[in-house]
Write a protein that binds this ligand. Structure first.
Ligand code: 5GP
Length: 190
């Protein structure tokens, strides 16, 4: 998506440890007009799938998922990162290793919001090694929900998580795929 690539080139900052900062427009300050275009693009890419729910992970995925959901006319459910007691066994849980913070955390999602009747589009801001998505896929597997597709804003192709998911058969669409990035240059996959 040219608009997103242009914005990454204009405002993205490459930080040590292969981290791209896009907090000017995507995950701290949010450019709602850009997100609106992103939502439309996800709809264009996945409109033929029988999607009845969008699932994402807090916090950065929520705004993006909501913009897409307006076009699908479906609810958004977000997995929570905060520790939630599972006393009644009423939540699905999965462990995720955080790329940006370098530690593990547990995601939880209430069982009442995801079931075998659901056909899910997973959405997130970044895809690096794929750990966050594997957590969401694991939660969908526990719920017996069908993953119809995965929509990502920025995939760091050189970290391999995206290609592994494609090889595993998932319909994954990333709006910008970065093949190489250095302090002063970012190269996108053609
Ligand atoms: P993964 O689990 O695929 O290794 O990493 C994806 C998750 O880590 C995303 O949910 C995102 O929040 C975070 N992340 C990974 N790489 C980056 C990055 O370069 N920049 C930012 N801002 N977040 C990232």
């Amino acid at each position: 998506m040219r608009l997103l690539e242009e914005r990454i080139l204009e405002q993205g900052q490459v930080r040590p440890g292969n981290v791209l900062k896009v907090d000017c427009f995507l995950n701290h300050q949010i450019d709602v007009e850009l997100l609106d275009e992103i939502g439309k693009e996800f709809y264009r890419l996945f409109q033929d799938q029988p999607i009845n729910k969008i699932v994402t992970i807090e916090a950065s995925g929520i705004a993006i998922a909501c913009m897409a959901a307006q076009h699908f006319h479906v609810p958004v459910v977000f997995a929570k990162k905060a520790k939630s007691l599972n006393i009644d066994g009423d939540v699905y849980t999965s462990n995720v290793h955080s790329f940006t913070y370098g530690k593990d955390y547990t995601i939880t999602l209430a069982k009442k919001f995801l079931s075998e009747e659901d056909h899910v589009l997973l959405i997130d801001d970044f895809l690096a090694n794929g750990k966050a998505l594997h957590g969401l896929i694991d939660v969908c597997r526990q719920a017996r929900a069908t993953v119809e597709g995965i929509g990502i804003c920025i995939e760091k192709g050189f970290q391999g998580g995206g290609d592994a998911l494609r090889e595993a058969g998932y319909h994954l669409e990333s709006l910008a795929i970065i093949d190489r990035m250095f302090e002063n240059s970012i190269e996108f996959r053609k």
